[in-house]
Design a protein around this ligand. Structure first.
Ligand code: HPA
Length: 274
């Protein structure tokens, strides 16, 4: 057995000793978006520090718990606090929790994040369903020895985002009168926000939105056979010819203002899973 598989099994064993909930869906909440996990029915929180091989959160706004419970009657597990490449974690560490979610029995993964938008038709304060991605992190979580028990060496990436889940999200948005877009995401490491020339480049190569997260977890989830949905909140307009200075406080403020809409959409998706 590979060392990675052994670590996953140890994490799963520790979690199973604490809860009998067998999650159908995993949710990875983006920066400051984890409050929804506190609304799960019958919830149980396991601090990352108590799960073998889990990295520890360093960013203050991330709580650092794996939260089990029921959402719309469906068993779920959520990461309250995620790991980023820019914090110094390797992409193997960043994606370890997604592997544990798969090993716990999840068949679906929902990921939320904050993004900048280079597309003038997708302004700050918008919600976007990720339709495809471009990995410009200069790294890949699948580099290294491959364990075929976890997924193929050369996984197909022709359709990483589940059309079925996108449709559920769009239906939930429509029912709740929430405007939602589709867009292509480009992933970078950060931690600096981009220059005007970089945003111009991203838009020209076909990206609508830019993120410092998500894509590594999506790559691993797709390799592992999970169905994936990415729900992005546009926190800043990245228009190269009208670029304004940006602070992470503004990013958090806009992100918080869309909390209710995000929760409605996630509930709508989960309700439709089977
Ligand atoms: N760039 C990269 N990541 C981001 C941005 C951005 O402008 N906004 C929120 N996450």
């Amino acid at each position: 057995m590979s060392e990675l598989k052994q670590k996953i099994d140890e994490a799963v064993k520790a979690v199973r000793a604490r809860t009998a909930i067998a999650p159908l869906a995993g949710i990875i909440f983006g920066t400051g978006m984890g409050a929804m996990a506190d609304t799960f029915e019958g919830k149980l929180k396991i601090p990352y520090a108590e799960i073998p091989h889990f990295p520890l959160s360093t960013v203050e706004s991330h709580a650092g718990n794996l939260v089990f419970g029921y959402l719309e009657g469906i068993p779920v597990v959520a990461m309250q606090g995620r790991f980023h490449r820019y914090e110094g974690y390797t992409l193997h560490q960043v994606t370890f929790p997604a592997r544990v979610m798969k090993a716990l029995g999840c068949r679906y993964l929902i990921i939320t994040n904050a993004v900048g938008s280079m597309n003038p038709l997708i302004p700050a304060g918008s919600l976007v369903l990720i339709s495809d991605h471009i990995n410009l992190m200069g790294d890949n979580p699948l580099i290294g020895l491959n364990d075929d028990a976890l997924g193929p060496r050369f996984p197909d990436m022709s359709k990483p985002y589940s059309c079925e889940m996108i449709e559920l999200a769009e239906k939930a948005a429509l029912e709740n009168k929430i405007r939602i877009h589709r867009g292509v995401a480009v992933a970078v490491t950060g931690p600096c926000f981009e220059t005007a020339a970089e945003y111009r480049f991203f838009h020209r190569i076909g990206a609508d939105i830019v993120t410092m997260s998500t894509v590594p977890e999506v790559i691993v989830a797709v390799q592992a056979g999970l169905k994936v949905l990415g729900l992005s909140t546009v926190t800043d307009a990245c228009l190269p010819d009208a670029l304004l200075p940006l602070t992470s406080d503004e990013v958090i403020k806009i992100s918080n203002s869309l909390e209710e809409s995000r929760q409605k959409i996630i509930r709508g998706i989960v309700k439709g899973l089977q």
